[in-house]
Design a protein around this ligand. Structure first.
Ligand SMILES: O=C(O)CCC(=O)C(=O)O
Ligand SMILES: [Fe+2]
Length: 220
């Protein structure tokens, strides 16, 4: 079942400043030893290594491939130059690997899986990108997103970094590695420093899977 050693996460109910609260440079989740680098304390931004193995990355890519659709943005679901990738939301019943992966990511995030949206897989070809954006919704009254985990499913020959322009951070996509960030604090205002982008892929292709977590329950 779920086990985490080497770190403790605050339950969302007691969260005041950050959901991410552990020290040390590695964590064990379900028997996997993951190196953790904290890139920013507030907003909390951390990179985890060894989150998925190669077979899991390949399996997620393979279940997604046939279902990809051009990505859209906004509540009116428009295609836009802001986001030129393709993507798909994977229902947890797509494959046992999908439920295993999203469960593991939610354990790492210290959040119940019932607060997570379906796992979203993204595919970028050369020249494709996701320009600087916030993951939270601007309408205040909604059950908003509060944290994101992006796991890279392949190595990209060139480009495709996840960048946080306001913090000067650039994370190269590396197979099996994940970046975590959260954007709500006690003042209930989104942390604008988590503005981020998926830089254009220059050579090769990029596959990534994102788990967005909401403040409240969103699935059964
Ligand atoms: O592809 C990336 O590096 C960024 C993806 C992203 O920002 C998202 O899925 O919300
Ligand atoms: Fe994003």
């Amino acid at each position: 079942m779920c086990s985490v050693r080497g770190g403790t996460w605050l339950n969302q109910k007691v969260k005041e400043q950050s959901m991410f609260s552990f020290s040390g440079n590695s964590v064990e989740v379900d028997g996997r030893e993951m190196a953790v680098s904290l890139l920013s304390a507030e907003p909390a931004i951390a990179v985890f290594e060894n989150v998925l193995d190669d077979a899991e990355c390949d399996a997620v890519i393979e279940v997604s491939r046939a279902h990809l659709k051009r990505s859209k943005i906004g509540t009116d679901k428009r295609e836009h130059a802001m986001r030129t990738s393709s993507g798909v939301f994977l229902d947890e019943h797509y494959s046992p690997v999908v439920s295993e992966v999203e469960r593991r990511l939610s354990v790492m995030m210290g959040m119940p899986l019932t607060n997570a949206e379906d796992l979203h897989v993204l595919h970028y070809q050369p020249g494709e990108e996701y320009r600087a954006h916030m993951d939270s919704f601007t309408r205040a009254e909604v059950n908003n997103r509060i944290a994101t985990m992006i796991v890279y499913l392949n190595d990209v020959e060139e480009g495709g970094e996840t960048v946080f322009p306001k913090l000067g951070l650039s994370i190269p996509p590396k197979r099996g590695t994940a970046v975590y960030f959260e954007y709500f604090y006690s003042e209930q205002k989104t942390n604008a420093l988590t503005l981020h982008a998926g830089s254009p892929v220059v050579q090769g292709e990029k596959w990534a899977a994102t788990l967005w977590v909401r403040r409240q329950q969103i699935r059964e």
